[in-house]
Design a protein around this ligand. Structure first.
Ligand code: KIV
Length: 279
C-alpha cells in the first residue's frame, strides 16, 4: 500500500500575512533540480528574468521573452511542491496596458501552474497591478533598481541616494502596496530608505541589496552559490560552487585520460565477468 503525503503549497496570501514576522526567505530558481533542493528551505522561489543573464549569458534582461519564462517556470514547478513559485513578467509583455499584462499573466499562470507573477515599476504600474488582482492574479511588485529600465536609468546603479530619487521610490512602493501587491521587492536601495519603506507599507518588503530591516531577502541562486564569475556588492557568497565544479571537471578529465574512468563499477559486464587487467 502506498501512502501519498499531500503537501500544502505556500500561497501569496501566506506571504502577505508574514509582514513584520519571521523574515521571509527567497531565492531565484530556473531548473527542476535546484527547485527541488530549494523547496525544503525557502518560502518562495522566483523564476526571475535574470535567467537571461544567468542561463543565457545576456548582458541585460531586456531580450528575455514570455516563452523563455514559461519554459523555465514549468521546469521549476516540476521541482517545487511546497514553496510558492513566482514568475517574472518579462520586458515588453505587460507595460502597454492592463489588458496586455492580463494576457501575459494568464499565459504564465495557466501554462506553468505558478502561484503569482512579479512585474517591475511603481506608480506607473499601479493601475495594472489592481487590474490583475481584481481578476485573480496575485502580483508581487518590484521598485528601486528595476533592471528592465536599464536603458532609461543608465545602468545597474544604487537607487535613492538623492532626495528626489528617494521620494520617487517611496511613492512607488506605497502605490504598489496600495494597488494590492502581496509583497514588494526593493532592489539596490540605500539602507535608511529601504528601512523607512518597510515601516511605511502594509505588505512585506523583500530586499535585494537593500536593508536587513526588510521583511525578507532574496538573492540570485547562482550568485550566492559562487557560480557566477562576478556578483554585485550586496551578494554574500554562501558557497564556492565554481571551484567545486572546476575541481570535479578536472578530476573527470584526468580519469578519462588515464583510463581509470569508467571503472569496473561503471561498466555493464556479463554475469561473473570482469574487466581485463590494464596493460
Ligand atoms: O530577475 C530576478 O532575479 C529578480 C530578482 C533580482 C529580484 O527580479
Amino acid at each position: 500500500m502506498s501512502v501519498e503525503v499531500q503537501v500544502r503549497r505556500i500561497t501569496a496570501n501566506d506571504i502577505r500575512v508574514r509582514k513584520g514576522g519571521e523574515p521571509i526567505v527567497a531565492l531565484t530558481a530556473y531548473h527542476a533540480h535546484t527547485a527541488a533542493i530549494l523547496d525544503e528551505v525557502v518560502d518562495f522561489m522566483l523564476v526571475g528574468d535574470s535567467l537571461g543573464m544567468v542561463m543565457h549569458g545576456l548582458e541585460t534582461t531586456l531580450p528575455v521573452t514570455l516563452d523563455m519564462m514559461i519554459l523555465q517556470g514549468k521546469a521549476v514547478m516540476r521541482g517545487a511542491r511546497r514553496a510558492l513559485v513566482v514568475i517574472d513578467l518579462p520586458f515588453g509583455s505587460y507595460e502597454e496596458s492592463p489588458e496586455a499584462a492580463f494576457r501575459a499573466a494568464v499565459r504564465v499562470m495557466k501554462e506553468t501552474g505558478c502561484g503569482a507573477v512579479k512585474l517591475e515599476g511603481g506608480q506607473r504600474m499601479a493601475e495594472t497591478i489592481r487590474f490583475l488582482i481584481e481578476r485573480g492574479i496575485p502580483v508581487m511588485g518590484h521598485v528601486g533598481l528595476t533592471p528592465q529600465a536599464f536603458n532609461t536609468i543608465g545602468g545597474f546603479k544604487v537607487q535613492g541616494r538623492d532626495p528626489h530619487s528617494a521620494d520617487t521610490i517611496r511613492v512607488d512602493a506605497e502605490a504598489v502596496a496600495e494597488a494590492g501587491a502581496f509583497a514588494v521587492v526593493v532592489e539596490a536601495v540605500v539602507e535608511p530608505l529601504a528601512r523607512e519603506i518597510t515601516h511605511a507599507i502594509k505588505v512585506p518588503t523583500i530586499g535585494i541589496g537593500a536593508s536587513p530591516a526588510c521583511d525578507g531577502q532574496i538573492l540570485v541562486l547562482e550568485d550566492m552559490l559562487g557560480l557566477s564569475a562576478r556578483a554585485p556588492k550586496f551578494v554574500r557568497r554562501f558557497g564556492q560552487l565554481a571551484e567545486g565544479i572546476r575541481t570535479a571537471v578536472g578530476d573527470y578529465a584526468a580519469a578519462v585520460r588515464d583510463r581509470s574512468f569508467p571503472g569496473e563499477e561503471n561498466v555493464y559486464l556479463p554475469k561473473g565477468g570482469a574487466l581485463p587487467p590494464k596493460t
